[in-house]
Write a protein that binds this ligand. Structure first.
Ligand code: SF4
Length: 608
């Protein structure tokens, strides 16, 4: 099948059986790949009500038709499962080189199912696939184990590996790869750990069939040429996502002290150019990327090397916890990577705990003696370790900020910055209604990458609540996640302004099927609705209340920074949702109506 590896690898960890099934052509036609395959298998194979950490949950990793191909940024794969963090849908995108090797090993998905009776890793070398004993790696750091496995098997093998946090089922444990790329959000690492799988090691040497080789070369090179000639290439490659730090600080969007403000008075030492000069030693990219945004840093103060930090980590483990020392942020990043926890959720829950401490809700007795004031670097390092090991206060925080605040109470739920149980990522949304709506309605919880709408707020007026803003969020949600379906990075389009039409002939030359962006957006809309229906299926009370934003954004205006005194009104939150549901074709409780399902070709039995 053109553009595909041609096989689904099913790994039954309970029996130890591994089988290869041919990828059904209609699956590729209707769902394309990546997170499309993920939601298909999740709905079809994981029974309603499955325990996210039990044997019935499955972990599905899928490249897409552009993965591993002559496609600028074709280095992404998707990890889907039922999320331990939220009890709903998890889909985490991972860059690096893993996805290309999956494709060259002839794979369009790996489905991990059941539970192994002992720690194992999955070893794949082309057609050979087997489970191997991982006892010697269990308990070790993700970065450390990746190095050991690279030394053992060689550079050609790509490795996805969990840290101790995944083994201990921390609800926001991630999967690490390429010494600093992650499938980060929702607790995908905890699901891998719950199955007693430490790592997946893969190498492939086969080529992928394409429909029209000449057209493929031409379309692939046209995309590279556009990236190389893009005006913003030099700046993007120099700073990557860290270039956004100063912009967010000035726009009042930089999460500061548990999102109580959007500007940080000491942010200048977190800005991209400062970081580049101070700690960056080289740039690092994913497979086939012409504009490497990854930064590799030497952290002298802590005698370490670390990938990053990138924007989200700077926002959450820097300003959000009151830290302005870029070396400390980079080291906190490395700790999280090696221990195996998502830096976004980690910085968010630690920010919440610091606010609890400063307000007297948590005391030194609760923190195990830590002086958990904002800006305390050593306490931040220690708490990261405690979360990963589920020790003391760390055990409470390991369940995520929603559950932690419900347990602690005393009003702390009001400043738990989460939606659907997922900690909000790096944009403060006190008065940025598009971005707020994007977080409220995101299909995994409060994550930014489905609809990065903050610039649109600035462009059209941040406080405005108008149908155009809602339409923009919906368009982004249908369109941007298609990159996760195709297995490619979206940043060439977002940051370099590459014409998205360049992807169309490329996709056609690979798969032999002509699809316009309009066609692809329809696939995106269908997947969006399927993921919504997954939440409905798994949560009896799912509805409007699940889409409400953190109370902070409609009850407390920042007292400093460029958004000082600004707030979104509660009635505007509801107006946003009313308009959103109407434009989506959902009822007033946020559930897709039968006509919408019919229009999108979704049958009741698919989501039963
Ligand atoms: Fe990877 Fe960054 Fe390149 Fe995207 S822009 S493919 S995330 S290195």
């Amino acid at each position: 099948m053109n553009g595909y590896g041609g096989n689904i690898l099913r790994v039954n960890l309970t029996t130890g059986g591994i089988t290869r099934e041919a990828t059904p052509p209609e699956l590729a036609r209707d769902y394309l790949g990546g997170r499309g395959f993920g939601i298909y298998f999740l709905l079809k194979e994981v029974p309603r009500g499955a325990d996210p950490l039990g044997p019935e949950n499955k972990l599905i990793v899928s490249p897409g038709p552009l993965s591993g191909m002559l496609a600028a940024g074709g280095g992404k794969c998707d990890w889907t499962c039922k999320a331990p963090l939220t009890g709903g849908y998890a889909s985490a995108s991972m860059g690096g080189h893993f996805t290309a090797e999956l494709k060259y090993a002839g794979l369009d998905s790996i489905i991990l199912e059941g539970v192994s009776s002992k720690p194992v890793y999955v070893f794949i070398d082309d057609k050979k696939s087997e489970l191997r004993d991982a006892a010697e790696y269990w308990g070790q750091g993700a970065v450390d184990v990746e190095k050991e496995l690279k030394d053992k098997f060689g550079e050609e093998f790509q490795i996805a590996v969990i840290g101790p946090a995944g083994e201990k089922a921390v609800s926001f444990a991630h999967i690490n790869h390429d010494f600093g790329r992650q499938a980060g959000r929702g607790g995908v690492g905890a699901v891998m750990g719950s199955k007693n799988v430490k790592a997946i090691v893969v190498r492939g040497t086969r080529s992928v069939p394409v429909a029209d080789l000449d057209a493929y070369r031409k379309a692939g090179m046209a995309l590279y040429k556009a990236c190389k000639e893009a005006e913003g290439l030099k700046e993007w490659t120099s700073y990557g996502t860290t270039i956004v730090v100063s912009w967010c600080d000035e726009a009042g969007a930089l999460p500061t002290r548990n999102f109580s403000a959007g500007s940080f008075e000491d942010a200048k030492t977190l800005y991209g150019p400062y970081m580049r000069e101070k700690i960056v030693v080289t740039d690092k990219g994913c497979f086939g990327c012409p504009c490497p945004c990854g930064k590799y840093s030497k952290v002298k103060k802590y005698n370490a090397y670390a990938e990053g930090p990138e924007y989200e980590t700077i926002g959450l483990l820097g300003s959000n916890v009151g830290i302005s020392d870029i070396e400390a942020v980079a080291y906190a990043n490395l700790l999280c990577d090696n221990l195996g926890i998502d830096t976004i959720s980690a910085g968010n829950v630690i920010g919440w705990a610091m606010e609890c401490y400063e307000k007297g809700i948590l005391t030194k007795q609760d923190t195990g003696g830590l002086d958990l004031k904002f800006g305390n670097i050593d306490a931040t390092f220690k708490l990261i370790e405690m979360i990963a090991k589920k020790e003391g206060l760390g055990a409470l925080l390991a369940d995520g900020v929603k559950k932690a605040s419900q347990k602690i109470g005393k009003g702390s739920e009001k400043f738990a910055i989460q939606v659907k149980g997922m900690e909000q990522s790096g944009y403060a949304t006190h008065n940025a209604t598009s971005m707020l709506l994007a977080y409220m309605t995101c299909d995994v919880g409060a994550h930014h990458n489905r609809a990065w709408a903050i610039t649109y707020d600035i462009q059209v007026g941040r406080e405005k609540v108008v149908p155009e803003k809602v339409a923009r969020v919906i368009w982004l949600q249908n369109f941007r996640p298609m990159f996760d379906v195709l297995g490619a990075c979206r940043l060439q389009w977002v940051e370099l302004g590459i014409d998205r039409e360049l992807y169309i002939p490329l996709l056609e030359s690979i798969t032999g099927i002509k699809r316009s962006w309009e066609d692809l957006e329809k696939v995106g809309e269908r997947i969006w609705n399927l993921t919504r229906l997954y939440w409905v299926r798994e949560n009896a009370d799912f509805g409007r209340a699940w889409d409400m934003p953190p109370a902070r954004f409609y009850t407390e205006a920042p007292t400093s920074g460029t958004t000082k005194g600004q707030i979104t009104k509660f009635e505007d939150v509801n107006r946003l949702l009313d308009m959103y549901y109407e434009q989506r074709g959902w009822d007033s409780n946020g559930l897709p109506i039968p006509e919408t399902m019919e229009k999108l070709g979704i049958k009741q039995e698919m989501v039963a």
